[in-house]
Design a binder for this molecule. Sequence first.
Ligand code: NAP
Length: 304
Amino acid sequence: MLAVVNSSNAAAPIELREVPEPQPAPNEALVEVRAFSLNRGELRLLQVRPEGWRPGQDISGVVLRAAADGNGPRAGERVVALTDNAGWAERAAVPTHRMAVLPDNVLIEEAAALPVAGLTALRTLRHRAPLLGKRVLITGAAGGVGHLATQIAARSGARVTAVVGGPERVRHLRGVDEIVEGVDKVQGNFALILESAGGPSLIAAIAHIEAKGTIVVFGNSSGEPTPFSFRDLAEHPNARIQGFSYFTSEAEERFAPDLALLVSLVADGSLKPHLVEHSWRVLAQIGPQLRDRQIRGKAVFDID
Ligand SMILES: NC(=O)c1ccc[n+]([C@@H]2O[C@H](COP(=O)([O-])OP(=O)(O)OC[C@H]3O[C@@H](n4cnc5c(N)ncnc54)[C@H](OP(=O)(O)O)[C@@H]3O)[C@@H](O)[C@H]2O)c1
C-alpha cells in the first residue's frame, strides 16, 4: 500500500512510498483511511524524525476488519480515529478505544479535522467548566485548535474573545462575541485563557487573567520565550498557569467518548470545522503554508 514516509531529501522531506500492509493487534481494527489532517505540531516532528518514519495522527475512513477481540466498530462503519503515527496511509491499524463511529451526516473530511485539534479544544476548555457566562480569551483563534475552541466555548455559554493575526483571518470564525487583531488590543480580564502563541502573547495573557482564573498554555507557535515573574501575577491573585498535553490530560479510555462527543457536536450543527482540502499528493506543498499562517482552520487531505 502507499503511505507518507519521512525522507532524507531536503527538497522533498516527505514522499509517498510503497510500505508493508499493517498487521493489527487483537485490540485494533483495520481502517481504510479516506482522509487525514495535518497539525502544526506534526510539522516539527517531520523535521526531527529519521528517514523512513511514518507520520499521521488524525485519520478518518471505513473499517475494513473489526478488532479480533470483538470490541469497537464493525466492518463497514465510518470512523474517525487518533493514531500515534503511521496514519497517513491507505490503511491503518487503530486501537478501538481511539476511534468513534460517524453519524450519517458527518463528512469523512470534517471528521479528519477533529482528533488532535478537537480534543485539544475540548480538553483545554474543561479547565474552567462550567463556562456559562464566563469570559474566555482564545489566542491563535483562526488556527486548527482555535477555531474549534471558539465554537465549543460559545456552545458552552462562554463569552468568547478571539485573537487573530489580521482581518483576512476571521471569515470562518463562528460564535465569537469579539474579535481582536493582535493580543495588544485585548481589553478586560478573563476567567479562562487558551494560549498557544507564546512570547508576548503569553505575557498579555497573564496581564488579562482574572483572580483565580486559569491560563492553559498548550503551545508556543511563535517559538518565542516568555520572561515573567511573580510580580506579573501579583495583581491576579491565585491565577493559575496550567500546562497541557491533549494526549495525557485525561485517561487513555477517554479518547473514544471524547471523539464521539466531538462528532456529535458536528452532527448537531454546533461545531463546524473549516477545511482547506487537498489531495494527499500535495501534502509537501501545504506544510509550508500551515507553517506561514496561511491556512485558516484545518488542512485536510483526501487519499485519492
Ligand atoms: N499541547 C498540546 O497537546 C497541543 C495540541 C495541539 C496543538 N498544540 C499547539 O497549539 C498550537 C496551535 O495548534 P494548531 O494546530 O491550531 O496550529 P495552527 O492551525 O497553525 O494555528 C496556530 C495559530 O496561531 C496563530 N499565531 C499567532 N502567532 C503565531 C506565530 N508567531 N507563529 C505561528 N502562528 C501564530 C496563527 O493565527 P494568526 O496568523 O491569525 O495569528 C495560527 O492560526 C501550536 O503551537 C501547536 O503546536 C498543542
